[in-house]
Design a binder for this molecule. Structure first.
Ligand code: BGP
Length: 461
């Protein structure tokens, strides 16, 4: 074994409620923004496949947890569907949801798989979106209540909690670049939504700490290391600002309890500071995370802008920099994302050097591929050698960071089984396990799943 990991390394995968559960309108679940968006605009989603059609974890979780065990998982991240627990986002709680999540958590623990539970993975209850979603401060209050309920229902058994997954994505998708509902372009709202999300996270952490449950609480961020095109001061500046907008905006408040001055200066200067109430900043400052999940898919290549932005165009972060595709780089052609394995090492070393070596783990990393059926062999197994290659190349860099003192505790693939995606429905497949939507969601373990089993068993490869 060339790359040996520590004995208690967390091996597993991650998933989210809306993407895996199915049963979107069953047993009292309320609608969330994805159920709604699919209803009004199904053609936005690939092949008209929606969240109700996805992998049916709601019915098949027992079988799935056995498969997780079989392929070496000692941990698994799921999310709770807010609108399953609180159909209207607040008010009355749905007992059927309590029963379902109790069953899932207990089944995981019985299989010796530690449940990592995330509270918010892009799935705003529709009733709350109708009153403004994260732009409305009352949503923060509703979220606090939801978080507290989850901690008291499940906190006796769940020891790793996360307040949000990739909180910047609903900001970008919903309020800047049109890929999440409510698909607006409104920088002022984007800033307020981001701010309220950060506040909600700190408030949930505060509640968790006050409950004296013995566990850890963190946040999961998608970090996209920014690499300048050249050492020219204009490119360097562009890269610093890109990093401030897309990484440090959430990383700094989550880990340090402060906001990057570069960003605050711009917001102040341009008149876009959010509405902040007395006492908020102290709450954010005092309630930082114990644990950080790092989702890593791609870097950002950054250069200074070639042309000054048109002063009449809507205010956007990319007024300060341009992203570009670096010629000759390895790409995931199905997703249009650059594959740059060293990025994961750069993130971990940055956390070590500039963020107090916070305890962290790779909470998502993975490769979506279209048309994987063509790789199915005569025995019925998908031979996804490209995925094995993708994972091992990233793990080598994680290993190097470990040797250099990084506090990285585990690796979770996105995702356990093929599931529904926000951007391409069921087109790109990411799982260790394939799902056949046409054959009662039949599961078959891919070659990468069996490979991972050995990696987990040997703590290395
Ligand atoms: C992350 C999300 C996941 C997942 C993944 C793959 O941003 O946290 O929910 O979807 O990306 O991306 P996609 O499904 O868009 O290809």
């Amino acid at each position: 074994i060339q790359f040996k990991f520590p004995e208690d390394f967390w091996w597993g995968s991650s998933a989210s409620a809306t993407q895996t559960e199915g049963a979107a309108d069953l047993d009292g679940k309320g609608k969330n923004i994805w159920d709604h968006w699919f209803e009004i605009e199904a053609n936005r989603f690939f092949d008209g496949v929606g969240p109700q059609d996805t992998s049916q974890f709601y019915y098949k979780y027992k079988e799935d947890i056995q498969l997780m065990k079989e392929i070496g998982h000692n941990s698994f991240r799921l999310s709770i569907s807010w609108s399953r627990l609180f159909p209207e986002g607040k008010g009355e709680m749905n007992e059927k949801a309590v029963e379902f999540y109790n069953n899932v958590i207990d089944a995981l623990i019985a299989a010796e798989i530690e449940p990592f539970v995330n509270l918010y993975h892009f799935d705003m209850p529709l009733a709350l979106q109708e009153t403004g979603g994260w732009n409305n401060r009352e949503t923060v209050d509703a979220y606090e209540k939801y978080a507290e309920t989850c901690f008291s229902l499940f906190g006796d058994r769940v020891k790793k909690w996360f307040t949000h997954n990739e909180p910047i994505v609903p900001v970008e998708g919903g309020y800047l670049y049109d890929f999440h509902y409510p698909n607006e372009v409104n920088f002022r709202k984007a800033v307020q939504v981001a701010y309220h999300t950060i506040l909600s996270s700190a408030k949930a952490i505060k509640i968790y700490k006050s409950m004296k449950l013995d566990g850890k609480i963190g946040i999961i961020l998608n970090l996209t290391p920014s690499y300048p095109r050249s050492q020219h001061p204009a490119d360097l500046k562009a890269s610093v600002l890109c990093d401030a907008f897309f990484n440090r905006s959430f990383l700094d408040p989550s880990v340090k309890g402060t906001f990057p001055t570069e960003l605050v200066d711009i917001l102040k200067e341009e008149g876009y500071l959010p509405v902040i109430e007395d006492g908020d900043l102290a709450i954010i400052n005092e309630n930082t995370v114990d644990l950080l999940g790092v989702n890593y898919y791609q870097p950002r290549r950054v250069k200074a802008k070639d042309n000054l932005p048109n002063p009449d165009s809507p205010f956007m972060p990319d007024r300060y920099f341009d992203n570009y595709i670096m010629p000759g780089r390895k790409m995931n052609v199905y997703r249009g994302w650059e594959i740059y394995e060293k990025g994961v090492y750069d993130i971990l070393i940055n956390l070590k050097e500039n963020y107090g070596n916070i305890e962290c783990f790779i909470s998502e990393n993975g490769m979506g591929v279209e048309g994987e059926e063509r790789f199915r062999n005569e025995d019925g197994m998908i031979e996804d050698d490209y995925r094995i290659d993708f994972i091992s190349e990233h793990l080598k860099w994680v290993h190097k960071a470990l040797l250099e003192g990084s506090n990285v505790k585990g690796y979770h693939l996105w995702t356990f089984m093929d599931n529904w995606s926000w951007s391409n429905a069921y087109k790109n497949r990411y799982g260790f396990v394939s799902v056949n939507l046409d054959k009662d969601n039949e599961r078959t373990v891919k070659k990468s799943g069996y490979w991972f089993k050995d990696v987990a068993a040997n703590n290395g490869f």
